[in-house]
Design a protein around this ligand. Structure first.
Ligand code: NAD
Length: 429
């Protein structure tokens, strides 16, 4: 665990005051002048409702005990239970979870899902933990959160370095504690446990549904565009496949080891087979190696960001060689970069809209679990396309009407939904 004196000063002044939380707050402040909201409501929505900090001890394979800091932040329960992913990453902090929880609130509200935002995570290096250690970490973290999560309180889902298996362990731990099976405690779990068909593909497929809709509005054909995708995990890997399936050319993809670039287009099946055999993209022979920062500056029509936050900043925004930035990841573009891209006429499809496919199908999963009645894959895909299409059109039209960016419009639309509900409910007591 990092020592207090090693933390940046601002991280201890106000518990969640980190650069990412400040980005989320500044975006909120920039949206407020265009939203239908009074100052009392703004003041309430500035801060998360609840934040839980725990330390999670696990028995390491070598025999000793390791202790990991872990968090769960719930931003707003005005519209319903809170909802959000759990990530395992060395950079997880309370402020990062708070920023991601805030974005989840606007995202759920924009999609008109009856949820507020949450986010959690464990500060660890998941690549250094064995499957057994990951299981013990997940089960103990779930136990520590027992009082704050629940199917009507707060429903976790996968995020960076967590997956269906992680969700299965959470579901089992929670179910063992209450004494009966509770599939609706998490989403993104295996289909065998009440998971939804198409949940695994939902975020990446949704990214491409939104991109396709944007292309239509811009008068472009998706099958004439060249694309670069940063991140080849759940979101980026599926998005790259969907782009290729729709006829776009994927020139480059990357993972934590770096990127591979083929000016005439990559053979994605080959790339995937290489990763299956070697673990990462490193050493892939049939393309040119590029670093992750070089990858972002490759010439392309569409740049999909699907790795992590803070990738496009004031340092590289002026060097991007693309027409459209698509935010599959959360918070990949800094406030300063947003301004530079706007000035350069590069359109940004914002995260709260673009990667909302995941939480939307998570909502479908929760509804199916509560009703114990399951839908077909085609039904889910069609319902997702409807939800994202409706949100996209509302955002596009609001941006047009108020002459604001798509990001501002997406936030304003989300804020208006939450503010309307909070105004009607009032501040308790
Ligand atoms: P993942 O762990 O499956 O994939 C992450 C990818 O990014 C991997 O290819 C990894 O190697 C790469 N990566 C990690 N660190 C990197 C670095 N420093 N530089 C370059 N690449 C790096 O995670 P995911 O679920 O695909 O999530 C990716 C992003 O999408 C995150 O910001 C997450 O919050 C967001 N998101 C995910 C979902 C979902 O349903 N999975 C939903 C909404 C948003």
């Amino acid at each position: 665990m990092a020592k207090l004196e090693e933390l940046p000063a601002e991280a201890v002044q106000l518990e969640w005051d980190t650069p990412l939380f400040r980005t989320a707050q500044r975006q909120f402040e920039q949206a407020i002048p265009y939203a239908d909201v009074n100052e009392s409501i703004v003041e309430r929505l500035r801060y998360p409702e609840r934040a839980v900090v725990v330390t999670v001890p696990i028995r390491r394979d070598a025999g000793h005990v390791g202790v990991f800091p872990a968090y769960r932040v719930q931003h707003s329960s005005v519209l319903g239970p809170t909802k959000g992913g759990i990530r395992y990453d060395p950079h997880v902090t309370l402020g990062e979870c708070a920023a991601l929880a805030v974005w989840m609130t606007w995202k759920c509200a924009l999609l008109r899902l009856p949820y507020g935002g949450a986010k959690g995570g464990v500060r660890c290096n998941p690549r250094e933990l064995s499957p057994g250690e990951l299981q013990r970490l997940t089960r103990r973290y779930t136990s520590e959160l027992r009082g704050v999560i629940g199917p009507q309180e707060d429903i976790p889902a996968p995020d960076m370095a967590t997956n269906e298996q992680t969700m299965a362990w959470i579901m089992d731990t929670y179910s063992m504690q209450v004494g009966y099976a509770v599939p609706e405690i998490v989403t993104g779990k295996p289909v065998a446990l009440g998971g939804s068909l198409f949940r695994h593909e939902a975020t990446g497929a949704g990214v491409v549904m939104v991109t396709e809709r944007a292309c239509r509005r811009l008068g472009w054909r998706l099958d004439e565009q060249s694309c670069v995708v940063q991140g080849f995990g759940n979101v980026g890997g599926i998005a790259a496949n969907e782009l290729a399936a729709k006829g776009a050319v994927v020139l480059a993809v990357s993972d934590i080891s770096g990127g591979v670039y083929a000016p005439d287009g990559l053979n994605l099946a080959d790339v995937r087979a290489w990763i299956a055999d070697h673990g990462t993209l490193e050493g892939y022979p049939d393309a040119r190696y590029v670093t992750n920062s070089e990858l972002l500056e490759l010439p392309c029509d569409i740049l999909v960001l699907a790795a992590l936050e803070d990738q496009i900043t004031a340092l590289n925004a002026s060097r991007l060689d693309t027409k459209l930035v698509v935010e599959g990841a959360n918070g990949p573009t800094s406030i300063e970069a947003d301004a530079i891209l706007a000035e350069r006429g590069i359109l940004v499809l914002p995260d709260v809209l673009t990667n909302a496919g995941g939480v939307t199908v998570s909502y479908f999963e929760w509804v199916q679990d509560l009703g114990r009645l399951f839908w077909t894959r085609d039904e889910i895909r069609a319902r997702l396309a409807d939800k994202l299409g409706d949100a996209f059109d509302r955002v596009w039209e609001l941006a047009d009407e108020k002459a604001i960016s798509l990001r501002q419009a997406a936030l304003v639309a989300g804020i208006n939904e939450v503010a309307g509900a909070l105004k009607a409910r009032g501040i308790y007591p």
